[in-house]
Write a protein that binds this ligand. Structure first.
Ligand code: GDP
Length: 365
């Protein structure tokens, strides 16, 4: 708990209402553009998942439609260097930028930390740039499950380009990248063989492929193998082939073109309505998963499900006993309980409404 929280202990802290985990003035400060308040909200989301609905309630009306750009690729290919170079161009182009990068302590992040690169480029104190590193929580180098919500915070903070740098190209990154509107895959010469073994999914979702380190030998070979992969029909989706560009982030060459391509793609997404549709689909998934989590929470509390499931699984393994009778029994119990709960809630809501709205006025409307 931060010193701020300790300092402002209120009765709410003791009863541990989720909202009390936030400093009382955090929203006021956030609305005023206080960067510390922005950072604290992200920390709160990371440390207290139950705060997510409360925080998002406040964030959603503030969101201005910041575009999320995922930057992914194997460790060491130059993602941080590329991200820093792109952030710099984004700002020079008149936008504000947020960057969410992996924890520098991750054993998977090969080079220097993004923050260092950005400072090297003289962007450290620029108010139009907000950088945040997130610890990789799943132990496989992927980003924290809170990453999509952290991008919501940055969007509501008024940042219109939000870069999300992931540290690898496994399933965890693919999951995180579902929160991106546009995906840039970074590769480097010598990874020709690597891309054959990459999860095909990452090539399928990439909108732009950047062959970085074009100053090193082998860039042409990599371009050829990419072309070959696409020609033999790796791409089975209806999506157009990704643009393939080359650059040397170290020498700051070719990045103007990458930046221009990103902006061109964004314009295309906006004009075609695709950006809007992507955001809508993301919200749908989000709402579905919130319902799933909520129902599972209720289900497991009401039925002591975790222990029972363990016992049932044991019986399946040891006695070859089917789990379905248990499932049917438990689910029907939960249905009844939910129905009762719903009825109780409806009753109490009716009573409250009855109390709040004077009969005469209600009838008059
Ligand atoms: P990340 O792990 O993918 O984020 O990679 P980094 O951005 O940390 O870069 C890894 C290493 O590659 C660092 O030593 C960079 O200086 C170096 N690097 C980045 N871009 C280039 C480039 O275009 N050419 C060369 N030769 N090295 C580069």
């Amino acid at each position: 708990m931060s010193s701020e929280h300790k300092r402002k202990k209120s009765p709410g802290d003791r009863t541990r209402k989720p909202g009390s985990l936030l400093a009382p003035d955090i929203w006021e400060r956030f609305f005023q553009g206080d960067r510390l308040a922005c950072a604290r909200l992200i920390t709160a989301i990371e440390n207290h998942p139950r705060l997510v609905p409360i925080i998002r309630d406040r964030l959603i009306p503030l969101q201005k439609g910041g575009v999320r750009i995922g930057i992914t690729g194997p460790p060491g290919v130059g993602k941080s260097t590329v991200t820093a170079a792109l952030a710099r161009r984004t700002i020079a182009g008149g936008h504000s930028a947020g960057v969410i990068a992996v924890d520098p302590s991750s054993p998977f992040s090969g080079g220097a930390f993004l923050g260092d690169r950005v400072r090297m480029q003289g962007l450290g104190g620029d108010p139009r740039l907000f950088i945040r590193s997130q610890a990789s929580r799943n132990g496989h180098g992927g980003l924290s499950p809170s990453t999509p919500y952290a991008t919501d915070v940055l969007d509501a903070f008024g940042l219109d380009r939000i870069f999300i740098e992931t540290v690898g190209v496994g399933q965890a990154e693919l999951d995180v990248l579902t929160c991106a509107d546009l995906i840039l895959l970074v590769l480097q010469p010598g990874t020709g063989d690597v891309i054959q073994t990459l999860k095909a999914g990452i090539l399928e979702i990439a909108d732009i492929i950047l062959v970085n380190k074009a100053d090193l030998p082998g860039a042409d070979l990599l371009l050829d193998s990419l072309k070959f992969l696409f020609e033999i029909g790796l791409r089975k989706t209806a999506k157009p082939f990704p643009s393939v560009l080359t650059a040397s982030a170290l020498q700051d060459k070719g990045l103007d073109e990458v930046h221009a391509e990103i902006e061109r793609r964004i314009r295309g997404l906006v004009e075609s309505g695709e950006l809007h549709e992507k955001k809508r689909q993301r919200l749908e998934r989000d709402i579905q998963s919130a319902i799933r989590d909520n129902l599972w929470e209720k289900f497991s509390t009401l039925t002591n499900a975790r222990d029972e499931i363990r016992a049932v699984a044991g019986r399946v393994l040891e006695n070859r006993q089917s789990p379905y009778p248990y499932l049917r029994r438990t689910c029907s119990r939960v249905r009844i309980t939910f129905a009762k709960e719903g009825a109780k809630r409806d009753d109490s809501e009716k009573k409250t409404v009855g109390r709040r709205v004077p009969k005469g006025r209600a009838a008059g409307r």
